[in-house]
Design a protein around this ligand. Structure first.
Ligand code: GUN
Length: 292
């Protein structure tokens, strides 16, 4: 049987440790880290994520500043809000939930967040730092989903050096930063995507396969090497019948699980790790500000 990478358990551990760290911060500074969570519009999945992030932040003792702006909000209104949050001493981390409405330029908005408050690690300065900074830089703002995947991999206590890692997907949020993180672990990294030729055969060579394509149950056993480690980043809601739906990943779990040495499930794998890493980044931003 494969090792099931339990994201709920690992993220709970992380949150328990952060809670203690924040209690110590409060004792020392008479302050707690603050996180501003900004959502524009009402994309259903975003509302679910924002709610979960807000709840988890409060649980560990982070002060949450919630901003839910209407769909019709224009770019300069959003940037005005970000400027205010940039100047607010009680706000250590700023998260703008993506996607934004099409009328708003995401790049301009993400660039307007102060890099030291960029809880998602999406600002170009942090993207650059991720590629050149040494491994285990504790002040680095690391994009939350790939960081969560890495922490799940580390749970296996295996030597990642020299392993063939294949990342399916080249998004700025997951695929690209994931490849950077695996490179820092001295993996041999290949990124494949929708235009890759012979994608299946490349994936079949992977010791570590990270799947972030956004297609429900797309990767089956024919894509996977025997004994590989598979991390499933997908969160897709599919209909079972007229009334019922369920969450599935990008990997056909029931088909692949017999072939691999470890696999992350959906739900309960990467999802909770993403949230815990956001809380880690917010706390790291506070610590950097106060030289702690
Ligand atoms: N939308 C999907 N994933 C993410 C994420 O990690 N951060 C933000 N801000 N938006 C997202």
């Amino acid at each position: 049987m494969p090792h099931i990478l339990d994201g709920r358990k690992v993220s709970q551990n992380l949150k328990d440790n952060l809670k203690i760290e924040i209690e110590n911060i409060k004792y020392k500074f008479n302050k707690v880290p603050g996180l501003a969570v900004v959502q524009v519009g009402n994309v259903a999945a975003s509302s679910v994520y924002v709610k979960a992030k807000t709840k988890a932040a409060k649980e560990v003792g982070i002060n949450v500043f919630d901003y839910h702006l209407e769909e019709a909000t224009n770019q300069s209104e959003l940037i005005n809000l970000i400027n205010k949050l940039n100047n607010n001493k009680d706000v250590d981390g700023i998260l703008v939930q993506l996607p934004l409405p099409h009328t708003i330029n995401e790049e301009v908005v993400l660039n307007s967040i102060l890099p030291e408050k960029d809880a998602d690690g999406f600002h170009p300065l942090n993207v650059g730092k991720l590629s050149i900074s040494p491994k285990n830089d504790e002040h680095l703002m690391i994009p939350c989903t790939p960081y969560g995947c890495l922490l799940l991999l580390r749970e296996l206590n295996i030597n990642l050096t020299g392993k063939n890692a294949v990342v399916i997907g080249r998004s700025n949020i997951v695929g690209k930063p994931m490849a950077q993180l695996l490179l820092k672990e001295s993996c041999t990294v290949t990124t494949v995507h929708s235009k890759t030729i012979n994608i299946e055969s490349i994936c079949k060579n992977a010791d570590i396969l990270i799947v972030a394509i956004g297609k429900p149950e797309f990767v089956d056993k024919d894509w996977v090497k025997k004994g590989a480690i598979v991390i499933d980043v997908g969160i897709n809601r599919i209909k079972i019948n007229e009334e019922k739906s369920k969450l599935v990943g990008d990997v056909l779990f029931s088909d692949v699980e017999h072939k691999v040495s470890a696999i992350s499930p959906v739900p309960g794998g990467v999802g909770p790790m993403t949230i815990a890493c956001l809380l880690r980044n917010t706390t790291a931003a506070f610590k950097l500000k106060y030289n702690n």
